[in-house]
Design a protein around this ligand. Sequence first.
Ligand SMILES: [Zn+2]
Length: 80
Amino acid sequence: MVSERKDDTDITEEDIGKIMTIIATDGYYKQAQIVKVVCPACAEEFLGTKCNAGRFIAGHRAFHDFENSFEDIIDSLGGV
Ligand SMILES: [Zn+2]
C-alpha cells in the first residue's frame, strides 16, 4: 500500500485518522497520522499532524494560563 502524500495546507476533515506522508514547510512527516484536537478552554479546533497538534495544545495551554494568571493578578489587586 502506497501511503498518500499531502501538503500540510491540503489536509481536510476527511483525512482524520489517516496515516500519510505530510510535506510541511519544516520537513517531511512520514507515517504521520492526521488528528483533530479541540481546545477545552476556547473550543478552537486544530487539524493536522500530532506534532503540530501538540504545539497547538501547548500553545493554547500557555495562552489560557497566561489569561488566567492575569485575572488572578487583577483579583489580587482588588479588581478593576
Ligand atoms: Zn484555547
